[in-house]
Ligand binder design. Structure first.
Ligand SMILES: NC(=O)c1ccc[n+]([C@@H]2O[C@H](COP(=O)([O-])OP(=O)(O)OC[C@H]3O[C@@H](n4cnc5c(N)ncnc54)[C@H](O)[C@@H]3O)[C@@H](O)[C@H]2O)c1
Length: 406
């Protein structure tokens, strides 16, 4: 695999994989006890394109601005779009922003940094095509734009359960505000909904016509019902006001992000990797027989961009249909971590074990996307195998651990 993305519906989303890797595998600072000269073997600041320095003794960082931004395409004014990404500093948002920036578009990120962080898009701050706005989508926001990717909403259970009322407000009022903006600007609006709208499904795999089986008062309801009402609003604006809408129902996605220690959702992947890399035993919740399908972040970004630029206004599942039990997945991650450690000559003395703990409330037993619609209308299907994606992530986390940032 040398590129991600493709030309579809008149919108070219292809960028070289190495261009993305140069962003996420790039060290953010020189690790040195001495402020003026890196130690032998360390990269020079020119190689890193950053003057920031990390002092291991005091665990402090001296940041500087980047000396040079990653190269972006030069697009003619009629091809260059003004794109608003709410929640653009989060996991999915920051990968989407990297892609849209490399493609040469003008990107504005709206984020209140509840779960996201400025550091995820920090490498674009100051770029003439980029704007970062600290803003809570519960409040209205006005700007001129052609496309809105509305992602703002915490996505992992500990985060969305931290303040359930706020999660519902973000889902409802945030979506209302962004749909209002789309109506006024005539921008195309895409919302990142979720497979959680299917709840604990009685239909397997889940296709878009299935209405779901959601507990409206359970601990996950603030998110599941929040997304359901956000979809309702989206189609309300579409039918009543003619807003041009797209609804992506995203299934579990994994990819490079700072590890969020949440063992219950797609981030189980980063947990397993971090535990295995640290030589800690890997925790499986339940007996490990519950199944999940995981898609790699670059495939999701391909799908979101294809959907945004297509004519499809119905909801579209974007996910992988390769099903794994969590137990099998833990073993696969361990294999890949061991392979990478062996190649790098860093194999630990003790093999990590898989340990089992009780399952949390309302954790769905089965979830797998029926992606027939995405294949038919977007000509999209995942291209990254789980093995390829996990290996990419293992290398990322190893690089971050070596840098000292995690
Ligand atoms: N990651 C997945 O596997 C997955 C699966 C299904 C759906 N989704 C959806 O994709 C979107 C992004 O998910 P993610 O995994 O990147 O989550 P994330 O928590 O990493 O990112 C969410 C971003 O939204 C921001 N945010 C939250 N509330 C906000 C508010 N009120 N105002 C402004 N910004 C706010 C956060 O600070 C963060 O940057 C979410 O809408 C989520 O529901 C993700």
């Amino acid at each position: 695999m040398t590129t991600v993305g493709f030309e579809r519906f008149g919108f070219d989303s292809e960028v070289p994989l190495d261009a993305l890797r140069s962003i996420y595998l790039r060290a953010h600072y020189v690790r040195s006890a001495n402020a003026t000269s890196p130690k032998p073997g360390e990269k020079t600041k020119e190689e890193l394109e950053s003057d920031a320095i990390y002092y291991p003794d005091s665990r402090s960082i001296s940041y500087s601005t980047l000396t040079r931004f990653p190269p972006v395409k030069l697009l003619s004014p009629e091809k260059r779009k003004r794109i608003l990404v709410t929640g653009g500093a989060g996991f999915v948002g920051s990968h989407l922003v990297d892609r849209l920036m490399l493609l040469g578009h003008e990107v504005t990120v709206l984020d209140n940094f509840f779960t996201g962080s400025k550091t995820t898009v920090g490498h674009w701050v100051g770029h003439p095509n980029f704007e970062l706005v600290r803003h809570d989508v519960v409040e209205p926001y006005m700007t001129e734009c052609d496309q809105i990717y509305h992602l703002a909403c915490p996505a992992s259970p500990p985060h969305y359960q931290f303040n359930a009322v706020k999660t519902v407000k973000t889902s409802f009022m945030g979506t209302l505000n962004m749909l209002g903006l789309a109506k006024r600007t005539k921008a195309r609006f895409l919302i990142t909904s979720t497979s959680e709208v299917y709840g604990d499904p009685e239909v397997h795999p889940q296709h878009e016509e299935y209405w779901g089986n959601v507990n409206p008062i359970g601990p996950r309801a603030c998110y599941d019902e929040g997304k359901r009402v956000a979809e309702t609003l989206t189609y309300g604006y579409h039918r009543q006001d003619g807003v041009d809408v797209r609804v992506a129902r995203i299934f579990n996605t994994y990819g490079n992000t700072y590890p969020v220690m949440n063992p219950f959702d797609g981030r189980v992947v980063s947990n397993f990797i971090m535990q295995a890399l640290r030589g800690e035993d890997m925790t499986v919740y339940g007996d490990g027989s519950q199944t999940r399908s995981f898609q790699y972040i670059h495939d999701l970004v391909d799908g979101l961009i294809a959907l945004m630029n297509s004519d499809e206004t119905r909801p579209v599942n974007i996910g992988s249909s390769d099903e794994f039990t969590i137990g099998e997945f833990a073993l696969l991650v361990r294999d890949i971590v061991e392979k990478v450690q062996k190649e790098d000559g860093t194999a630990p003395a003790r093999r990590v074990q898989v340990i089992y703990k009780p399952l949390p409330t309302n954790d769905p037993q089965k979830r797998r996307a029926d992606t027939t619609r995405a294949k038919q209308v977007l000509e999209w299907q995942p291209r990254w195998t789980v093995r390829m994606g996990v290996e990419e992530m293992v290398r990322y986390y190893k690089a971050k651990m070596a840098e000292g940032s995690i």
